[in-house]
Design a protein around this ligand. Structure first.
Ligand SMILES: [Zn+2]
Length: 415
């Protein structure tokens, strides 16, 4: 079954345009690329200690643990062995061909390690479109949106696997459904590896899609907030999705957003029409929290997001009265940043959370106030909305801007 999976993955990736790189995979044993079947933990001839994992892929050899769970029924639609260990690991093999000094670069570049796992996870359903378990780490990313998306320590990869959704976003929303955008990031990286993976992605966005991290990332943040109809609407064609992790099946004909949402924490997965799919500061909807309010949001790492919600559920206005929501978002000590490095703050007034199309990001331009950046706006007739969400995106390109503080002030002006 593993051989069948590797074969199917090879054919699929060839059809997706990776043929030249499949030909570059080193053939080190009898003119073949060796795949070793092992017990778990896996001992390799490269690493000095055993690995507790299902598969390890080096540039010139692959190790697969034979005791991974799979359905012994060869007619079962999909299983862990074929998707995670065949499709996922073979995509790693392709990735290695884009990387010069592969092991050394892997050890030193976190953004490379991040994009390797994100796109190997993304590649799985392109081979087996009934694979309903590939988004299994979504919640590790989306439950902590304020942490940097670009994380993959040498030992811990869950947020990187969950970042498959950024690759899905690039494919579906930026490239209009064309998977080639992911290959372009690898091609770009291969031609200029010293610039790093984030720069490669940025170059592809700018040169091929007339956008940039600065524009695309807040849009990604907006879609993840709603994550219902109008966001990731693609419906895989073959119906039955198997979740090999839970040994159960998802429903037929679900769009991707529902499959993704299934992997979130229970309290947000069950309310696709009401509750944001990401944690929010607040929501500011209890009488004790009513305005004016001054608060500090969770600090945001680079390529991280925070969401602040203001709900109208407890306004209790007199008949005929209206309420303006006055908002000031303050980023302390960042007034010295050049414009391109400043955080982006958008405000979205939402009348109907489930209504499509969803309202778009409305960006606020900052003013400097001493050492601080201030973003100020007034939402008139706040009471006509179900809620207002503020999305703050920190996409400074350097990690030493982690932990950016955000303060906000809100007041209601009733008239
Ligand atoms: Zn992997």
């Amino acid at each position: 079954m593993l051989a069948e999976s590797l074969e199917q993955s090879y054919i699929t990736y060839e059809q997706m345009g990776y043929g030249a790189h499949l030909n570059e995979i080193p053939k080190t044993v009898n003119e073949r690329y060796p795949v070793y079947i092992s017990t778990q933990p896996i001992w390799t001839n490269v690493l000095p200690f055993a690995q507790h994992t299902g598969g390890i892929t080096f540039p010139d050899q692959m190790y697969i643990a034979r005791d991974q769970p799979y359905f012994p029924d060869p007619n079962a639609p999909i299983d862990w062995l074929r998707s995670q260990l065949g499709a996922h690991e073979l995509y790693h093999t392709i990735q290695w061909t884009y990387i010069s000094n592969p092991i050394g670069t892997w050890l030193t570049s976190e953004e490379l390690r991040w994009w390797m796992e994100a796109t190997a996870e993304w590649a799985q359903p392109h081979v087996y479109d009934q694979d309903g378990q590939y988004p299994k780490f979504s919640d590790y990313l989306l439950s902590n949106p304020h942490l940097s998306m670009v994380q993959r320590s040498l030992s811990e990869g869950t947020r990187a696997y969950g970042s498959f959704i950024f690759a899905t976003f690039l494919e579906e929303q930026i490239a209009n459904g064309n998977h080639v955008v992911i290959q372009q990031t690898w091609e770009r990286y291969g031609t200029n590896p010293n610039a790093g993976m984030l720069t490669a992605i940025e170059n592809v966005l700018v040169q091929n899609y007339n956008t940039s991290f600065r524009d695309a990332f807040p849009e990604f943040a907006r879609l993840n907030y709603f994550m219902n109809q109008g966001t990731y609407d693609f419906v895989p064609p073959n119906g039955v999705y198997t979740d090999t992790r839970n040994l159960g099946s998802l429903q037929n004909n679900w769009p991707l957003w529902r499959i993704f949402r299934e992997k979130l924490a229970p309290d947000i997965r069950d309310h696709p029409n009401d509750t944001a799919a990401v944690p929010v500061e607040g929501p500011i909807n209890e009488p004790a929290n009513l305005f004016p309010i001054q608060a500090e949001a969770t600090a945001i790492d680079h390529l991280g997001v925070t969401y602040i919600e203001f709900r109208t559920s407890n306004l209790n206005l007199q008949p005929g009265a209206s309420a303006d929501l006055e908002l000031t978002i303050t980023i302390p000590e960042r007034a010295g940043l050049v414009s391109l490095h400043r955080p982006r703050v958008s405000v979205i007034s939402i009348q109907d959370f489930d209504g499509v199309p969803h309202p778009g990001n409305q960006f606020i331009q900052p003013q400097t106030n001493g050492a601080d950046l201030e973003y100020t706006t007034i939402i008139q007739n706040f009471q006509r909305n179900n809620r207002v969400v503020v999305i703050v995106s920190n996409f400074l390109p350097v990690a030493n801007f982690d932990g950016m503080d955000v303060h906000y002030r809100a007041a209601i002006n009733i008239h």
